[in-house]
Design a protein around this ligand. Structure first.
Ligand code: GDP
Length: 230
């Protein structure tokens, strides 16, 4: 008898067990060599990005969490393996950040996004209580223009009851229904919700192994879509 294996979805999972801090970069020229693959995490300040990276990797102190949002302005790189890095992009849009700093943020992130060929996917974090702010639309639009796969985390979902979580998830999904390479999930670092799904998404991107090309990003300038105020 021939046994036909069931189709499985068991592509190898990324192992984050050996993740370690690599370096911080103030701008593109300070970034590590643009080899292999990278997934970058972005979001408005206080969206829960540092907590998410720490929860995802199981390391409490990997990314700094802070009650003073907007302080970390550097691009932080973490080595997962020789071929894969996680990147923590500086948070955006905290009111107390001086205009000069916002301009620097803009220029550095625009440069990074447009030129970094190892960037294979973006993770956008939005507080589930305040989704789809101007900054989020900027990143969503940029990803669509640049044909960059985007995975959205609705963070701090523990702050809402189950019904409200699902209602927000559905609403955001509907609003983004025409964004083809965008996926979205619930997430909570404090209540340990969503780690597996996120890890699966990262693994899918790594297994697909698509490095970027400058052609698709040529016209996708963050400068053209970034809001002046949030
Ligand atoms: P970042 O500025 O995006 O890096 O945000 P942080 O990770 O520093 O988190 C900002 C604040 O939100 C901190 O006070 C965290 O304790 C809190 N926070 C982060 N994630 C969660 C979560 O899943 N649930 C709840 N209730 N609070 C969270």
């Amino acid at each position: 008898m021939v046994i036909i294996p069931e189709p499985t979805n068991n592509s190898p999972r990324v192992d984050l067990g050996n993740i370690e801090f690599l370096k911080s970069a103030a701008n593109l020229s300070h970034c590590p060599d643009d080899t292999g693959l990278e997934v970058a995490f972005c979001g408005r300040s206080n969206a829960g990005k540092s907590s998410a990276i720490n929860y995802l990797t199981g390391q409490n102190k990997l990314a700094r969490t802070s009650k003073t949002p907007g302080r970390t302005q550097l691009i932080n790189f973490f080595t997962v393996s020789d071929e894969f890095r996680l990147v923590d992009l500086p948070g955006y849009g905290y009111a107390k950040v001086p205009t000069r700093m916002k301009r620097d943020w803009h220029e550095n992130i625009d440069n990074y996004l447009r030129n970094r060929l190892s960037l294979t996917g973006l993770v956008l974090l939005m507080d589930i209580r305040h989704p789809l702010k101007a900054f989020d639309h900027t990143m969503i639009n940029w990803s669509a223009q640049a044909q960059m796969p985007l995975h959205i985390l609705l963070t701090k979902c523990d702050k809402l009851k189950r019904g409200a979580q699902q209602a927000t998830l559905l609403k955001v999904k509907r609003e983004l229904a025409d964004q083809k390479s965008t996926t979205i999930q619930l997430f909570s670092s404090t209540h340990e919700i969503g780690q597996k799904l996120l890890l699966k998404q990262l693994s899918d991107w790594v297994n697909q192994g698509h490095r970027g090309d400058l052609v698709s990003r040529q016209d996708a300038s963050l400068s053209e879509v970034i809001p002046s105020a949030d």
